[in-house]
Structure formats: structure tokens, C-alpha cells
Ligand binder design. Structure first.
Ligand code: SF4
Ligand code: FES
Length: 378
């Protein structure tokens, strides 16, 4: 892609490849919900291609040997897998810290009790603070009441709980109530993540793009709540980067600390990497995780700093944010090696801001829901 086979730094010296700490295991792309900002690819994986529980168990062992410490069991909705307990057992046997990321839909009290001892932590998604908002955003009637029931069982069983609140223009004004709900549920943490605009969310920019005022207010709400809740509940915050000065360091740097495995075994440097044309991804059914991590051309494409364009190459922040998010650069600049256009130093930033402000003032609130086509469901 960039003519570079091994990662090098800006002076041309070889860069040592570190070890991954975390692995996102997308167990399935099936999901009863239809959130319009889903992080799954627009092209979902077929059910018939999904890795078996036995294959996942072998992958977890390989991951642990490679250095991975924690696995996030995710989807789609991981509870759509009937063999979720068997898969969690595989992760537990590999000695990994097991985090379950779920919408709660499909989990019963009995299934949660089966997972007790196999799962260390649960992250429950939150689409809104009441049934009207949550059911509209998730495209699933009854999701909110079901989710609250699941949160109650999680508390009773004693799983540590994080609430994952994805925020956007339609629900950002109710952020204080989301934080209050997390407090009431006894959460240890709430993750407030502003929608990232690639994949499905990119199809929903007009209804979901926050206004600059909302982004500013959200920062204040988070800071006030962090002060008030210090020592009781952690608030992780992913701000609205379209209104920020600098981009975030996506994935902590490409191919540096984390990897994703899709339901059909493709190993990715980040969940949206398949939106980048020109990269070749390998399958853990064909190659070991270790080899893919160390030598895979997709993983090496944006490691190190030698590939960075200007203004990143001569920027004092190049080892802080590594030029931002590659998938965002692909989505907005049509060039995965470009400076992330959300950076105020990107030549595309003025255009991006103008577009974001126009989208944020749109009256269009029609959502394009994430749906799995009929032929993918088999
Ligand atoms: Fe980060 Fe590049 Fe912007 Fe500097 S110019 S802040 S390295 S994205
Ligand atoms: Fe792929 Fe940011 S989501 S690099």
C-alpha cells in the first residue's frame, strides 16, 4: 500500500513490533438491534462462515501465547451465539480476562448465571435514557425495558458493570441522565463514546452529527461528573472529534496494542479496517495469529512513523496521535495515509468542519438502520 514492507521510524530506523494487549472477538454479526452507528462493517459476515466454539478456543490460546491479556467478546450481539458459554469457557481456560460486550437482548437470568465464573466484566450498551429514545435508536421495540431487566440480573449476580453510552445529536442533551442511570445501576464505569463516523454511522451523518455546542457542553458535563464521582465511578469519554483540535490516537496506534478477529476469522488492526481499500487481510484459519500480527502486510502498513505525510511528519504530536484514525482518513479523504481530516492542521479540516456544521443543523432525522440481508443470515 505504501511501499513499505517493515515498519520504520521517521529517520528510517526499523521499529520493533510490540505485543497486543487486547483482542476484540466479534463472535457473530447477528444482532436483534439495528443501531444506525453500528461499528460492524456494512458488508456483514455470513452466519454459515462463523468460527466454531472450538476454533475460538484455539484462537484464544494463540492470543494468550502472543501476549494478549484481555478479550472482549463482542458482535453483533454475542448472546446470539447459543454456544456463548462454551466460547467464554475457552477464553477463561486460556487465562484471559474476559469482558462481555452486549446489548443485553438475548440474555436471560439463566444464561447470565451460566456465564458467572467465565466472564470477569460486562459492558452493557445504552442507546437512550428512556424507552422512546432507546427503542427508536436501536430499531427494536421493548429493548430498553429488557436491558434494564438484564442490568438488574447483572447486579444481582455481581458482575462488575460498565454502561456503554453511544452519544450523538439525538441523545447528547440527556448525558447527565445517562450518568445518573449508571450511578443508580451501581456501575463501576460509564463509557461515553461519541459516534465515530465510518461504516454505518457514515450513512447517518445528518441525524447523528452533534452540534459544536453539544460537544462543548458534553465536555463540561463529563468534567463536572468526574469531579463529583471521583473514587466511585470512572467516566471514559470519547469526544466528538469533528469539533476537536486534534484527533485521537486511534487504537493507541495502528498495530501497536490491539487486534480484532471477525466472525469468519479475518484478523484486523481495528474494527473498521476493512473499509480501507488496498489492504490485504489474512484469516486465522490459514495463518497463525502470531504470524499475522508480526508480519501481516495490513498490520505493518501504518506501523512506525516513516509512512506519515506532512504536516504529521514534522509535527510534535506525531508520536502522540500517529496522525489520527486511518479509517476516518479513508472515509473523508479517500486516502488511508492522509492526516486525519479531523485534525485542525489537516488541509481538509476547514471543509470537514463546514460539512459537520451543516450536517449538525440538518432537520433530517431519518435513520438508516443496520440490517443483515436475508442471504447473510444462513
Ligand atoms: Fe496529529 Fe498529524 Fe495533526 Fe500533528 S498534524 S496533531 S501528528 S494528526
Ligand atoms: Fe480504524 Fe481508527 S477505526 S484506525
Amino acid at each position: 500500500m505504501n511501499g513499505q514492507s517493515l515498519p520504520r521510524d521517521i529517520q528510517g530506523n526499523p521499529v520493533r513490533v510490540g505485543l497486543p494487549i487486547a483482542m476484540l472477538a466479534e463472535l457473530t454479526h447477528r444482532c436483534p438491534l439495528a443501531c444506525p452507528y453500528c461499528s460492524n462493517p456494512v458488508e456483514l459476515a455470513r452466519v454459515a462462515e462463523e468460527l466454531t466454539a472450538g476454533e475460538w478456543t484455539a484462537i484464544f490460546r494463540q492470543a494468550a501465547e502472543l501476549g494478549v491479556l484481555q478479550v472482549h467478546l463482542s458482535g453483533g450481539e454475542p448472546a446470539s451465539r447459543r454456544d456463548l458459554s462454551e466460547i467464554a469457557q475457552g477464553a477463561r481456560d486460556a487465562g484471559l480476562y474476559v469482558n462481555l460486550i452486549t446489548s443485553g437482548i438475548g440474555l436471560t437470568e439463566a444464561r447470565l448465571r451460566e456465564l458467572d465464573g467465565l466472564v470477569d466484566h460486562v459492558q452493557l450498551s445504552l442507546q437512550g435514557i428512556d424507552a422512546e429514545m432507546a427503542d427508536w435508536i436501536s430499531g427494536y421495540g421493548g429493548s430498553f425495558s429488557r436491558k434494564m431487566q438484564v442490568a438488574h440480573w447483572i447486579g444481582e449476580i455481581g458482575f462488575p458493570l460498565t454502561l456503554n453510552a453511544v452519544v450523538h445529536r439525538q441523545n447528547l442533551d440527556r448525558l447527565p441522565e445517562m450518568i445518573a442511570l449508571a450511578e443508580r445501576l451501581g456501575c463501576r464505569r460509564i463509557e461515553v463514546a461519541t459516534v465515530q463516523f465510518h461504516g454505518w454511522a457514515n450513512l447517518n451523518r445528518r441525524p447523528l452529527m452533534p452540534t459544536p455546542e453539544q460537544a462543548q457542553r458534553a465536555r463540561e458535563v463529563v468534567n463536572e461528573a468526574r469531579d463529583r464521582l471521583r473514587g466511585r465511578m470512572v467516566i471514559d469519554y470519547v469526544p466528538a472529534d469533528h469539533h476537536a483540535t486534534f484527533p485521537k490516537s486511534c487504537m493507541g496506534g495502528w498495530g501497536s496494542t490491539g487486534l480484532n478477529v471477525t466472525p469468519d476469522g479475518i484478523v484486523l488492526p481495528c474494527h473498521a479496517a476493512q473499509t480501507i481499500s488496498g489492504l490485504e487481510f489474512e484469516n486465522v484459519r490459514d495463518n497463525s495469529l502470531d504470524r499475522i500480527w508480526r508480519d501481516g502486510s495490513a498490520f505493518n502498513a501504518f506501523r512506525g512513523t516513516a509512512w506519515l505525510p506532512e504536516p504529521c511528519a514534522s509535527c510534535e504530536r506525531r508520536e502522540i496521535d500517529f496522525g489520527g484514525c486511518r479509517c476516518q482518513a479513508m472515509a473523508m479523504a479517500n486516502d488511508p495515509a492522509a492526516t486525519d481530516p479531523v485534525c485542525s492542521r489537516s488541509p481538509l479540516n476547514a471543509r470537514l468542519r463546514a460539512e459537520a456544521e451543516a450536517e449538525a443543523s440538518s432537520d433530517d432525522i431519518a435513520l438508516v438502520y443496520r440490517r443483515m440481508s436475508k442471504e447473510k443470515r444462513t
